[in-house]
Design a protein around this ligand. Structure first.
Ligand code: GLN
Length: 496
């Protein structure tokens, strides 16, 4: 699209309108968006076309429209985080990543659906109803960023931004056949990202190709003085690495397959595509070895103490005074602040959010802090050391992104533990702060649904994810005779 804009064969207004038309046509069935902003998007597109006419484009992606996960603050546009408690809140400022895409000239189509406060793996915890997978509308699009992934997979948006605290970019990528990247912790600003768990959250790209993701991360990434955890050095060379990887030559690259992230409980079709992808990398010159990361088996347990602990503290700010919803308790004439807060939080938060607030508050309480939160922190250190040891031996680590393809809506909704298990393979990267990418590896034989291949690299070596990801994409396209995502099968028919 950027090339078509550059050679004058289309305009940003035309591109943006085409995506708005597609949204109008299919989003009733997909429900990827919580808010669509036709006026804002078209006005931004018109300004982009003016800049181009004057020969003053703002970036390589100037004029290409984008969708933004509803957890990122957008000035003048609703930001609900998928929660009733923020219904009607209009942020007075832009998240840094949003300010950067605006400055780069990308029209914002709208805000995408998500599990409430990014807690979930299916987008079913959104207070505004689930998103449907464009491959099969009865299935989940992953979560928490199922809206961004589905928008890209349904061709409603060419690019989207997501956030990944335990897998919410990569797992939706895997089950929708899209590319998703969790950058190195600190490589992309978190300013204006409504925090779920500050020490785990990262903003990242959701796209249809590895090169698209590299272009987008380069655009939104880089140091931000407004985020004290922002890395004060460039994490660059991403586009160059994606271009270099696209030649499919993997000679000299050592890939470690993580023993603990495969085997029993993994869907056979997902494992088959994973092993085939490894074979392709070997044929292209890579050396593949098995690597054990013994503490990864404890990652899920540690994550579900650290995340609720941080979340319970973050969500304390929704006190009925500062943002969004305020509910007055029934039958009390002049309620106290605490009574209003209780009624508001009771009505405004969903079950999963309440579950995690209770768990987190418990884990942080005096008497239990050392036994739970403190222990989880130690396990986190051991996981980071597993990564350090592994990367002494190999350039990148690999695993399937998620244990299964997209499951049916409703299938795991009443079983929190079954839901949490979807993130088994993605969570270690968040705990250690290292970057990861999910690239579509093909369709599982059983159900003809997409599977994902995850590539992890050392902190600040994001370019390795892009190089190996782009190579795998090239090799798979040769094998399958084209991209895996060239249509949205679940929408054929539904689209008209
Ligand atoms: N599914 C995971 C959770 O529920 C990850 C969420 C995320 O990355 N935001 O916590």
């Amino acid at each position: 699209m950027a090339a078509a804009l550059a050679d004058g064969s289309t305009t940003s207004v035309e591109l943006t309108q085409a995506h708005l038309d597609r949204i109008a046509e299919v989003d009733g069935a997909v429900h990827a968006f919580l808010h669509v902003d036709p006026e804002g998007a078209l006005a931004a597109a018109a300004r982009s076309d003016e800049r181009r006419a004057e020969g003053a484009t703002a970036s390589a992606l100037d004029g290409v429209p984008i969708a933004v996960k509803d957890v990122l603050a957008t000035e003048g546009l609703p930001t609900t985080c998928g929660s009733r408690i923020l219904e009607g809140w209009i942020p007075p400022y832009d998240a840094t990543v949003v300010a950067r895409i605006k400055a780069a000239g990308l029209p914002i189509l709208g805000k995408t659906n998500m599990d409430e406060f990014a807690m979930g793996s299916s987008t079913e915890h959104s207070a505004y109803g689930p998103t449907h997978n464009p491959w099969d509308l009865d299935r989940i699009p992953g979560g928490s960023g199922g809206g961004s992934a589905a928008a890209v997979a349904a061709f409603e948006a060419p690019l989207a931004l997501g956030t990944d605290t335990g897998g919410s970019i990569r797992q939706p990528g895997a089950v929708t056949g899209t590319v998703g990247v969790k950058p190195t912790y600190g490589a992309v600003s978190r300013y204006g990202l409504v925090a779920l768990a500050n020490s785990l959250d990262q903003v990242g790209p959701v796209t249809r190709t590895v090169l698209d993701a590299a272009l987008l991360q380069e655009l939104v990434g880089g140091h931000d003085p407004r985020d004290s955890t922002s890395v004060d050095q460039p994490v660059g060379g991403l586009v160059e690495a994606a271009r270099r990887g696209a030649d499919g030559d993997m000679s000299g690259v050592r890939v470690g397959v993580i023993t603990e992230l495969a085997g029993d409980g993994w869907q056979p079709g997902v494992m088959a595509r994973f092993r085939e992808s490894l074979d392709l990398l070997v044929d292209a010159g890579a050396e593949v070895v098995e690597v054990s990361c013994p503490h990864f088996v404890h990652a899920l347990a540690a994550y579900y103490l650290i995340l609720p602990a941080e979340a319970s503290s973050n969500l304390a700010k929704f006190d009925a005074m500062r943002y969004g919803l305020r509910v007055l308790p029934e039958g009390i004439d002049s309620p106290s602040a605490e009574e209003v807060m209780r009624a508001t939080r009771d009505a405004g938060f969903g079950d999963e959010v309440k579950r995690r607030i209770i768990l987190g508050t418990y884990a942080l309480s005096s008497g239990y802090y050392d036994a739970y939160y403190g222990q989880a922190g130690k396990v986190r250190t051991l996981i980071a050391r597993d990564f350090d040891a592994a990367f002494e031996d190999v350039d990148v680590l690999a695993s399937p992104t998620a244990p299964t393809t997209a499951f049916r809506l409703g299938e795991k909704l009443d079983d929190p533990l079954a839901m949490y298990l979807n993130d088994l393979a993605t969570i270690p990267a968040n705990l250690a702060g290292v970057p990861g990418i999910s690239v579509p590896s093909g369709l599982a034989d059983e159900d003809q649904l997409p599977a994902g291949f995850q590539i992890l690299a050392p902190a600040l070596a994001d370019e390795r994810c892009y190089r190996v990801g782009a190579a795998l994409e090239t090799l798979l396209e040769k094998k399958w005779g084209g991209p895996i995502l060239d249509r949205a099968p679940g929408l054929e028919g539904a689209a008209r």
